[in-house]
Design a protein around this ligand. Sequence first.
Ligand code: NAI
Length: 464
Amino acid sequence: MAQYDLIVIGSGPGGYVCAIRAAQLGLKTACVEGRETLGGTCLNVGCIPSKALLHASHQLHEAQHNFEKMGLMGDAPSVDWAKMLGYKDEVIAGNTKGIEFLFKKNKIDWLKGWASIPEAGKVKVGDEVHEAKHIVVASGSESAPVPGADVTVDEKTVVTSTGALALEKIPETMTVIGGGVIGLELGSVYARLGTKVTVVEYLDGITPGQDAEVAKTFQRILKRQGLEFVTGAAVSKVETGEGGATTHYTLRKDDSAHTLESEIVLVATGRRPYTDGLGLEALGVTLTQRGQIEVDDHYLTSVEGIRAIGDAIAGPMLAHKAEDEGMAVAEILAGQAGHVNYEVIPGVIYTHPEVASVGLTEELAKEEGRAYKVGKFAFQGNGRAKANFAADGFVKMIADAETDRILGCHVIGPMAGDLIHEICVAMEFGAAAEDVARTCHAHPTYSEAMREAALACGDGAIHA
Ligand code: NAI
């Protein structure tokens, strides 16, 4: 029986980062993973493979729509789907093997199999029981069923994001249930590959929680790209048959019943914590009503010696939030002051254009009764964006009306997911919009749009 300072359960971004940081800080560490490869949902069937398909399909879109405008003539490439999936699988393999290498480098034992916790201080994997001073549960999440609806996922015709990343062929038609992050990213992939994609969303607009102006612009742009939207619609049932499925939904405004036929249905109505088989309830670990593991400020559960992080606990289900918690918990266990600033966690949707946000939305600022000001700048005024056919969208900065301190920032536009980090750093330092406005930004870059939005919080943007 091996003896460890720390056993981490799950090797997704939360778990593997926690294990690496713990090992770096001198803890004898093991990580349990039941999949064939390390990296969890994110690397195997989530963030990374979806980005590979988004990248490939975006290149196709560029060839089809923008090459000729730049004098690049000739037919746009055709799609070899099997090869595109092969590229995606190579990307997955490269990344998961990278984690394996990092585990070896940091002398972390990979305990292969599915874990259970017979008692605090013990982790059972297969027939073996390992001892650990500390256990961190980083078991992640799984697709949640469509609430109140009769929908059976078979990962062939009715798929979650997992099945959608490995369809046998590019479908002619696809119904996406849920206009959130997964639905729009994967919906974009297939729309670019020629599928007729219809998104059915329960609310009146897409991406709930997003700044309303951004969400509206986003929906308009996606519509222009060929995605269709049925909003204010509650899905009640999906029936599968020969060659496809029928999605039944009711429009909330008049209770009228409708159906949609499609070859594939993608269920993207959220995710829920995955803690099956760990034996948490028998141990007395308190769960919330939503099945999340309850933790204190130090990620400690109701049972001494057992901590939890990532999608299995409350908060946004984001890989980078899990990573930060993984690092924080490792630091806490090593006697340092691990901490996560939940006020500054960016969110990114990797469509084209990208959507990125951090901090307060205008709606939240209003709700909190704050005196705020808004600085907006459209990418139409950004030379680089215009040159690259990427001038759709804008930057919206929200700052305190009195102190000028940045409260939030929302970007829809090129490389938004990278641009947002300038504001994350600024917010971590408690910066004012003027601090960003007075920082020299290289020309010509997309990042000038961030500075212009900051200028718009003061005496005005230059190129507006
Ligand atoms: P989501 O919570 O982003 O969106 C779910 C959508 O489904 C919501 O708009 C909701 O109103 C709608 N919905 C719920 N019930 C419905 C019904 N009966 N009929 C029609 N619409 C309904 O969830 P999603 O997209 O499944 O993503 C799951 C999690 O994974 C999220 O927490 C997301 O943040 C995370 N994720 C993050 C990514 C990123 O950061 N780029 C990429 C993919 C996933």
